[in-house]
Design a protein. Structure first.
Length: 271
């Protein structure tokens, strides 16, 4: 008998960085909520979370399993990869650090394992041969789980067609960073889109003005439909092939205390 399973639609996931932040305990988490239940609560208001602690140190496999079990079935974690792989002079020598990170237990997240974010220092310049050597080291799977890789490049020298061609060849997404502090370009290079939105404002109730939230909803829908928003900054004139993509949009940095409010409001608009 032929399968009647409906293919899963592409999704727009919206979230924040981490879930442990003291100021959220008086404007996001309910009063009196035990800290041990913060992930449980946050994962039911948001649709994804970017784990940042993995950038600074390794986590136990049991921790990944615990986080998996505390969150809804359709929730997803992105995670920032170890800094020992990306904060080095010669990226081609990162193989051991990459391997140790990927095999540290992240597969315990199972279906909730989203993209891995490789964040490079703002002083790291684009050196084509060395950067390609790094991309060749990124594994396509771990314990049978396919891996998705997002590149958070933070030096203006990456704003070239040569970099874009490399990222596309190795099917890595390039992070779109909405910020004045880092290069901001929205060329689509992977099978998914990853955005870090860094302009939340403490003076605004939701951290982002309503009209801008409306615009981010439009941008997310455009990306998800496989197209590229016309008004975002780009490096190249040529656009990526049109095909539906999963989208990850995180409110990061800025007025961090407002990040959950901004994410919740964007989720409402996308619904």
């Amino acid at each position: 008998m032929a399968s009647t399973t409906t293919p899963q639609k592409n999704r727009i996931r919206v979230g924040v960085g981490g879930w442990t932040f003291e100021p959220w305990r008086n404007n996001f988490y309910p009063e009196g909520l035990a800290q041990s239940r913060e992930l449980e609560y946050a994962s039911r208001q948001l649709t994804a979370i970017e784990i940042n602690g993995t950038f600074y140190g390794s986590q136990k496999p049991s921790s990944f399993a615990k986080w998996r079990d505390e969150t809804p079935d359709d929730f997803v974690f992105s995670m920032k990869a170890t800094r020992y792989a990306t904060n080095r002079k010669v990226l081609a020598e990162a193989g051991e650090s990459i391997d140790r990170f990927v095999k540290s237990g992240i597969s315990e997240l199972r279906s909730k394992l989203g993209p891995i974010l490789w964040q490079f220092a703002s002083t790291k310049k684009f050196e084509p041969a060395d950067f390609e050597a790094f991309l060749k080291l990124l594994p396509s799977e771990v314990d049978g789980l396919p891996l998705q890789h997002a590149l958070d490049v933070r030096h203006a020298s990456f704003m070239t067609s040569e970099y874009l061609d490399l990222a596309r060849h190795y099917r890595c997404a390039t992070v779109f960073t909405d910020s004045d502090d880092y290069p901001s370009f929205a060329d689509v290079t992977g099978d998914f889109v990853y955005a870090r939105l860094m302009r939340t404002d403490a003076k605004l109730k939701a951290g982002v003005a309503p009209k801008q939230l409306d615009r981010w909803a439009e941008v997310g829908q455009t990306w998800c439909a496989g197209k590229e928003p016309a008004d975002l900054p780009r490096v190249a004139d040529k656009q990526a092939p049109v095909k539906p993509r999963d989208v990850y949009m995180y409110f990061i940095s800025g007025a961090k205390e407002k990040a959950p409010a901004a994410a919740v409001e964007l989720i409402k608009r996308l619904a």
